[in-house]
Design a protein around this ligand. Structure first.
Ligand code: MG
Length: 310
């Protein structure tokens, strides 16, 4: 049964808009390859991942502060401006959530038989935590492919996935410096804010809304929406494409902020006229079309530095 949502957390749009599970979900292939995106999509069919992808992309040469300022300038000039913001690894650092779960695995009975892995994991620092548990394993010097290293990894992955996508562990997330200040500025400039996340409604809405309030992000207004997956079983990519189509009803998409290359490539294909900003933090190793014309930032901190100088 669906958990009740506290009234103060709701925006009217949450109640008025149909749930995403009533909408038709498009195919994934249209997004991963950029196929069918038409001229000017800014993508090509070469598929690369992570560092190779970002090295091959031709980003706009603007520095991060210029990128952030240009988005705000376009918000001011546009009619019914909309800015789309991903949460995990875009507005929020999620390594602390994973770190906490890994420490809990270490304290659990299921980890007791993995002596060497427990010893390595006892030295785990937040800086070791990668995009996936497997990435973290490799950063610790553990073998993810054979022997007890592989068995322990299977155990950790199950332990992690049973917790990572649940409200109870979201409190460990930490907003990137300057992110809340920047999103507040966008909203004050007149942007409709859409938080678009692959987190699912039933497992993660309450914790997500609580964190947005806790961390000072705009919330609780009809021009602010939190769009979440109707179910964990829907792919993030398919959900985000469906949601992006819905954006057309709200107004003009001025910019999107995302850490996942394949989501960005899909959004750029749908909205070639908008600014699409790659948040260069952590991302999956999923191969993605090489893009042209994306913007890139690594943090929102330039917003704070600018404020201090004034
Ligand atoms: Mg993300």
């Amino acid at each position: 049964m669906k958990k009740p949502i506290p009234p103060e957390m709701l925006t009217t749009e949450v109640l008025m808009e149909p749930p995403f599970d009533q909408l038709e979900m498009p195919g994934i292939s249209d997004l991963t390859t950029g196929a069918g995106s038409g001229a000017g999509s800014g993508t090509e069919t070469r598929l690369l991942a992570r560092g190779e992808w970002s090295a091959a992309c031709e980003f706009h040469p603007l520095n991060p502060l210029e990128v952030l300022n240009q988005v705000r300038s376009r918000v001011v000039l546009a009619g019914k401006p909309v800015v789309l913001l991903d949460l995990d690894s875009t507005l929020y650092q999620v390594e602390p959530r994973s770190h906490q779960i890994l420490k809990e695995w270490l304290d659990s009975t299921v980890s007791q038989r993995f002596v060497e892995e427990r010893e390595r994991l006892s030295h785990l620092d937040e800086s070791h935590v990668g995009y996936s548990v497997r990435d973290t394993w490799i950063s610790l010097g553990l073998d993810p492919t054979v022997g007890s290293g592989a068995q322990a990894l299977d155990s950790v992955k199950k332990f992690w996935s049973d917790r990572f996508f649940r409200n109870e562990w979201l409190r460990w997330d930490r907003p990137y410096l300057g992110a809340a200040e920047y999103v507040r500025g966008l909203h004050q400039d007149g942007a409709q804010i859409v938080y678009l996340t692959g987190r699912d409604e039933d497992g993660m809405r309450l914790g997500t809304e609580a964190n947005l309030v806790r961390d000072g992000f705009p919330s609780g207004h009809s021009s602010i929406r939190l769009w979440m997956k109707p179910s964990k079983n829907v792919s993030d990519l398919v959900f985000k494409k469906t949601a992006a189509e819905r954006l057309r009803r709200l107004g003009v998409l001025v910019a999107s902020f995302e850490n996942e290359p394949h989501n960005l490539a899909g959004l750029q294909a749908l909205y070639p006229e908008a600014m699409h900003v790659f948040m260069d933090t952590l991302c999956s190793d999923r191969p993605t079309s090489v893009c042209r014309g994306l913007y890139r930032i690594r943090s929102f901190e330039p917003v704070l530095q600018k404020t201090r100088k004034l």
